[in-house]
Design a protein around this ligand. Structure first.
Ligand SMILES: Cc1cc2nc3c(=O)[nH]c(=O)nc-3n(C[C@H](O)[C@H](O)[C@H](O)COP(=O)(O)O)c2cc1C
Length: 167
């Protein structure tokens, strides 16, 4: 089926795309001397050698605008217990996203969330504008994951859920 630009239904486009389940990350960085971060589902691995990852922030994201000048970011992969953080870091205009979140600076200086099930610290390698988003490519400088039995947070059709392993 082909659709012309005039009749393109963006609400339906969102609805259809919502059928692709994603993990949930909080991408963090420093905005001057303040921690910044936002909820991002479009995280993806890009290359193993060299080690590259990427994500797509909206071009009108205040958080990306604030942390982009540092040239660094950290991808924090959320666990099933971090639903509240997922919503708080997605709310526009909230100043105290880090209010009750434990974190420490990673190798690059970007915040590493203590409760994340894994984190990937990056230097920004390239930023390309693509439609109403940027594609941000990062070179991995450090990473780690929890040794506990991790349960990931998943996002599907606008709602949060968990992972069930097939026996
Ligand atoms: C599960 C989930 C995934 C999201 N993924 C993205 C994403 O990939 N890219 C994006 O720009 N916004 C995404 N958002 C929305 C941003 O978190 C939100 O627009 C942003 O935090 C708004 O604040 P800002 O202007 O300070 O960036 C997502 C939100 C949720 C709840």
């Amino acid at each position: 089926m082909s659709i012309s630009a005039e009749e393109f239904d963006s609400a339906r486009f969102r609805q259809v795309l919502g059928h692709f389940p994603t993990g949930v990350t909080i991408i963090t960085g420093m905005a001057g001397d303040q921690p910044a971060g936002f909820t991002i589902g479009s995280f993806t691995s890009v290359s193993l050698d060299p080690p590259l990852v990427g994500f797509l922030p909206q071009v009108n994201s205040d958080t990306w605008a604030a942390m982009a000048p540092s040239g660094r970011f950290c991808v924090n992969i959320l666990g099933a217990h971090q639903g509240a953080e997922c919503w708080r870091f997605a709310k526009k205009g909230v100043d105290d996203r880090f209010a009750d979140v434990a974190w420490h600076p990673g190798v690059s200086g970007s915040p590493v969330l203590d409760d994340a099930i894994a984190w990937i610290d990056c230097e920004t390698e390239a930023v390309h504008e693509m439609g109403d988003h940027y594609f941000v490519l990062g070179r991995v400088v450090a990473m780690s994951h929890t040794d506990d039995d991790p349960k990931p947070l998943l996002f599907f059709r606008g709602k949060l859920g968990g992972y069930l392993m097939h026996e």
